[in-house]
Design a binder for this molecule. Structure first.
Ligand code: KG4
Ligand code: ZN
Length: 303
């Protein structure tokens, strides 16, 4: 984890991230091979994250992964980061079957997708401004909580009242798109109004409730619109326990099921990238010899 590296800055610093990747990729690989008692020669293929994301970090991983594959004379597969998140719940003990609706909520993305099969993804709606995780991180920063903000805001929310403040649920009745920047501004105004009154926990709980409420209602709407009965939630924010609780309750009412990955597979991890690489290898889709990165890459462009 690089959390300590970025914590002093209150957010992720791209250049520090990629320099640290350069330093740690080889020791990390050696440690993993040792722990899992696997020889390099036993590796069948190398999957790496091709995009979307920060160019420096993508380049580091792509050059490393592609080069390693070349050296071992094995196929390489450049994987879509959000497809990794979306399919991570397939690694759980009770994996969902296709088709399903996916709610992808990370630091950079908030999207509702209809997934009909591997590579058959239809965008139903997305955030027109801040991502859900980004809203958590910015609210955390306003409250002086450490990076990454999501887990810290939700921990503080446990001590507050979710109904203390009635924060806006933007675009609730407009299609399946999201907007969280107005909610963030409302929180900022409220924090200033009650400064010194020790109301941070109430604000955290009410903010979380407004955001979760929006995610839940739009997910239910997406299920109704598509007629699907399975919802997969993925990405860092899918680790949020209030979101899980509310989804379990509201989906039961419409006889739909919610699926998610185990906590360690919700936030960024290598297993989800390896899993998608395996699926794409099986589908006969290894990449060529070039090192490819795609910082902006809509998932609907996948085959
Ligand atoms: O998917 P992820 O690990 O990285 C990206 O691809 O962005 O997601 C990170 C995001 C951060 O914004 C973090 O604050 C948020 O997920 N997050 C949470 C929780 N755990 C992580 N947000 C709310 N509640 C959580 N428990
Ligand atoms: Zn991620």
């Amino acid at each position: 984890s690089q959390i300590k590296l970025h914590a002093d800055y209150g957010g992720l610093v791209p250049e520090l991230a990629s320099r640290d990747h350069v330093r740690k990729l080889i020791p990390l690989m050696n440690q993993l091979l040792e722990e899992s008692k696997i020889q390099k020669s036993e590796i069948d293929a190398i999957a790496y994250t091709r995009g979307p994301g920060l160019m420096g970090a993508l380049m580091t991983g792509a050059v490393f992964g592609r080069t390693l594959a070349f050296a071992l004379n094995k196929p390489a597969i450049g994987v879509h980061h959000m497809e990794g998140h979306m399919l991570a719940p397939l690694l759980s003990e009770t994996p969902p079957e296709f088709p399903f609706v996916a709610l992808l909520v990370s630091g950079g993305h908030t999207q509702l997708m209809a997934a009909h099969g591997i590579g058959q993804y239809e965008l139903l709606g997305e955030s027109i401004d801040d991502a859900a995780g980004e809203a958590f991180d910015k609210v955390a920063k306003m409250m002086g909580l450490a990076y990454p903000g999501g887990p810290n805001v939700s921990k503080l929310a446990l001590q507050g009242s979710a109904t203390a403040f009635d924060f806006p649920r933007p675009m609730l009745h407009q299609g399946l798109d999201f907007s969280f920047s107005g909610l963030k501004t409302a929180v900022s105004i409220q924090l200033k109004k009650v400064a010194g009154q020790n109301r941070e926990a109430d604000i955290a709980a009410s903010f979380q409730e407004a955001l979760v409420d929006t995610l839940v209602k739009k997910s239910v709407k997406a299920l109704k619109q598509t007629g699907l009965k399975r919802l997969v939630i993925a990405g860092g924010v899918s680790a949020n326990s209030r979101l899980r609780e509310r989804l379990e309750a509201d989906l039961a009412k419409i006889k739909a099921m919610v699926y998610y990955a185990e906590p360690a597979l919700c936030t960024d991890n290598g297993a989800m990238i390896a899993f998608v690489g395996y699926q794409r290898l099986k589908a006969g889709q290894p990449d060529g010899l070039s090192v490819t990165t795609t910082p902006r890459w809509p998932m609907t462009e996948l085959r």
